[in-house]
Write a protein that binds this ligand. Structure first.
Ligand SMILES: [Zn+2]
Length: 410
């Protein structure tokens, strides 16, 4: 594989961006469509047959010797958040392109066909809904839900589909059959600091964490900050703060399971310097790959809600916003990635993925795995996101070796 060619791929794809800081290539925009068409040409030039499905997923296929065998697939996404970096999603697509080019260069034949999939609309930035392409492909997309989606300019997902020559009423036709796949694997940047800190090149993902989210309302009494003695107050901010600290404490006790808890939204009313806060609205995100561990943090939150309400005379209630189940990666694929890393003398770590990915949907559908390459300073969804070409090439070598094992090189 060729480092310069890989670097050039990143430079070329980065040119497809709307104005603003970093990369701005939102799902189903004209810019993203142009990037997709550019990628289609690259895969065709590498000898693959390319089609676009009913959800806008690009499927590039390298034929194996036995057409009826299930495919060994890899892929990721090229849409981005606002002010993104160059590597989130694109790493998995461009590394896969380099793998395919190298197989073509060396005229390598395999028993099974291989596919590289560019999933549509992985990021939730435009429509508030993530991984639409992989949900459609794995038959997990709710049609009523998709019809309700609108972007910040009032453009519906249905209109965006039309602009891309797609029909939202036909999106269910993007669903494929499970037995079409032997395996799906995704290479992605870690988006966290662990590989860099541990000086490891490859993260073999064991499971993808899923969030359970709550809205917590704390109701107190608005009182004059000068005339209300401390022991007569029902301060909604202080109640909320105690609940937030309880979430932190409970998650800290689950360090060994990697469960995390975050209060990412915290607002108070009325928000005046001379008024004791009367209400706090907070959104809590608790995620992990171990369901019991995650449940213990949720229980601690429930307990804190009760205790704070009692101790401070506040009106506190919580509502579930969403709850998704953690997804385990296929044990056979995890082991095979480890074996490939060992064989190549690459330092690897087994780790969970804290973020959601297309692999999460594919895992419910076919044997699925993921590997991570390092993210400098753990930065992601940020123009400063960075992974070196050397690290990406190492990822490419591991991905290539894995795919050749799975697809049975002849
Ligand atoms: Zn991504």
């Amino acid at each position: 594989m060729k480092l310069d060619r890989l670097r050039q791929s990143f430079e070329e794809l980065a040119k497809f961006t709307d104005e603003g800081e970093g990369i701005n290539r939102l799902a189903y925009t004209e810019t993203e469509r142009n990037a997709r068409e550019y990628m289609i040409r690259q895969f065709e030039d590498a000898g693959l047959t390319v089609r676009t499905d009913y959800a806008g997923n690009v499927i590039a296929r390298r034929e194996g010797m036995t057409a009826e065998l299930p495919v060994v697939a890899t892929g990721s996404h090229i849409d981005s958040v606002y002010a993104a970096g160059e590597f989130d999603g694109t790493a998995g697509v461009l590394v896969a392109l380099e793998v395919m080019r190298s197989l073509e260069d060396e005229n390598i034949k395999t028993e099974h066909s291989m596919e590289v999939i560019i999933f549509a609309c992985e990021e939730s930035s435009r429509f508030g809904a993530s991984t639409l392409g992989s949900k459609a492909m794995s038959g997990r997309l709710d049609p009523a839900y998709t019809r309700s989606l609108t972007d910040r300019n009032g453009i519906t997902l249905m209109q965006a589909f039309e602009e891309n020559g797609l029909d939202l009423e036909e999106v269910h036709l993007a669903m494929r059959f499970q037995d079409e796949f032997k395996a799906f694997v995704e290479l992605h940047i870690e988006q966290g600091p662990v590989l860099e800190k541990q000086n490891a090149s490859i993260g073999v993902v064991s499971a993808i964490a899923a969030p359970v989210r709550f809205h917590v309302h704390v109701g107190g009494t608005a009182d004059h900050s000068g005339t209300t003695p401390m022991d007569y107050r029902h301060d909604a901010l202080l109640g909320g703060a105690e609940i937030a600290l309880a979430v932190e404490q409970a998650a800290l006790e689950e360090l060994e399971y990697g469960t995390v808890g975050t209060v990412g939204v915290f607002s108070i009313k009325p928000g005046a310097m001379n008024v004791v806060p009367s209400a706090t609205e907070m959104d809590v995100d608790i995620r992990g790959t171990n369901t019991e561990s995650r449940h213990r943090v949720v229980s601690a939150l429930e307990k804190a809600v009760k205790e704070v309400a009692e101790a401070r005379g506040l009106d506190v209630w919580m509502d579930a916003i969403s709850s998704e189940e953690p997804v385990q990666m296929d044990a056979g694929i995890v082991n095979e990635f480890k074996a490939v890393c060992e064989e190549r003398g690459v330092k690897w770590l087994e780790m969970p993925s804290g973020a959601g990915h297309d692999a999460m949907n594919m895992a419910a559908f076919c044997p699925t795995g993921m590997i991570f390459v390092p993210s400098k300073d753990g930065l992601s969804h940020n123009p400063a996101e960075y992974t070196s070409m050397e690290e990406l090439l190492e990822g490419a070598e591991v991905l290539r070796a894995f795919m050749l094992r799975q697809a049975k090189m002849i």
